[in-house]
Design a binder for this molecule. Structure first.
Ligand SMILES: NC(=O)CC[C@H](N)C(=O)O
Length: 365
């Protein structure tokens, strides 16, 4: 049945609805990953966003048990050119369409995603709405509703765990701050036998240090990093106390906590083949990315942080480290899922940093 996607610019796309049928508002963004739709739609960083998949055929290998990045997808909708009718893969348990219905995710297909992406590249990310499936379009009313719609400010709170929980191991003890964590991060720490305690986004530095960890991991998460001042304060207090590794939102929080500033990119970086250069070695890695905000280079001047990585597509900052303390962060996703695993070694570097830290020395003595 017919459904429309309306953008705040007044552009209208007619398509066919699938999944949840009610009206749905969000920030329309695009991702260029050719595969990995299951990981993408379950990445909590997409909270409140309508994701356009630029690859034209989606759902062709179905949905499997293993590739979820969270239990309850948080996105506001997905736009596809063509939804595969007959998924086929030895791991597939059911179709993408079934997942959308089961989890109440709104979808639209038969959309000219190339036209939509061109609009997003020109205007930047835009507010948009999926009309109720089967209902006639009332453009004026939709545009009025869109003008009134505001992107939510409590995004991290909505997707962070409410209670701390352990994921035991026999190695380094890591407190993982959950800002809307992709499970891939936890999997990478578990693979290295870390003894992980996942904690809510608003856990204080005092409480974290009282848990006596060897290091703190700052996860990815949705929204504007400036919307979580309590987390910025926690990170500020952790710097210099303990090794810290941050990913994506965690990277932006480290920058803000150090006195630097962030801003919104026009249309963001979302995809699975973004080249990133490490400045020290000149080596380039292909990375998985999903972010709309970035650290402002000139804002680093008065801080004690250094740029370690840059994006080759637009020169923006992709990695930072503290000049003297054991803290490093990346804007991209070393846990991949989806995407290349080139930068997986950063988790090993985090382990090394913890082992080398004072507490690690003490424990080995
Ligand atoms: N994946 C993330 O952690 C994204 C961080 C932040 N919400 C951004 O869009 O820039």
């Amino acid at each position: 049945m017919k459904r429309y996607l309306v953008l705040e610019t007044g552009d209208v796309f007619e398509g066919i609805g699938f999944g949840h049928e009610e009206e749905s508002f969000g920030e329309v963004v695009f991702t260029t990953g050719m595969t990995g739709y299951q990981e993408t739609l379950s990445d909590p960083s997409y909270f409140g966003q309508i994701i356009t998949m630029t690859y034209p055929l989606i759902g062709n290998y179905g949905v499997n048990r293993d590739d979820f990045e969270s239990i309850q997808p948080a996105l506001s909708g997905m736009v596809v050119k063509e939804l595969a009718d007959y998924p086929s893969n030895f791991r597939s348990d059911y179709s993408l369409e079934e997942l959308f219905s089961q989890k109440n995710i709104p979808g639209i297909q038969d959309i000219d995603t190339r036209r939509l992406t061109r609009i997003l590249r020109i205007h930047g990310s835009l507010k948009g709405v999926f009309t109720k499936t089967g209902e006639a379009l009332q453009l004026d009313i939709m545009l009025e509703k869109l003008a009134r719609f505001e992107l939510p400010k409590n995004q991290v709170e909505s997707v962070s765990t409410k209670k701390a929980y352990p994921s035991p191991g026999r190695g380094q003890r890591v407190v993982l701050m959950d800002f809307g964590m992709k499970h891939g991060i936890l999997r990478e720490l578990n693979k290295r036998d870390c003894d992980v305690l996942v904690v809510p986004y608003n856990t204080t530095a005092k409480d974290i240090l009282a848990m006596s960890p060897d290091g703190v991991m700052l996860s990815n998460g949705p929204g504007d990093p400036k919307d979580v001042p309590e987390a910025i304060e926690t990170v500020r207090q952790l710097i210099g106390q303990i090794p810290v590794f941050g990913i994506c939102l965690g990277h932006q929080l480290f920058a803000l906590a150090s006195g630097a500033d962030t801003e919104k990119l026009t249309f963001g970086h979302r995809g699975a083949n973004h080249p990133v250069k490490e400045l020290k070695t000149g080596k380039t890695e292909l990375t998985s990315q999903n972010h709309g905000y970035t650290v402002i280079p000139t804002s680093l001047e008065q801080t004690e942080i250094e740029v370690t990585h840059i994006a080759l597509n637009d020169g923006s900052i992709e990695g930072l480290k503290h000049a003297t303390h054991p803290v490093f962060t990346v804007q991209y996703h070393p846990e991949a899922s989806p995407g290349p695993e080139d930068s997986n070694h950063l988790f090993d570097e985090f382990i090394d940093l913890m082992v080398k830290s004072e507490k690690g020395e003490r424990q080995r003595a």
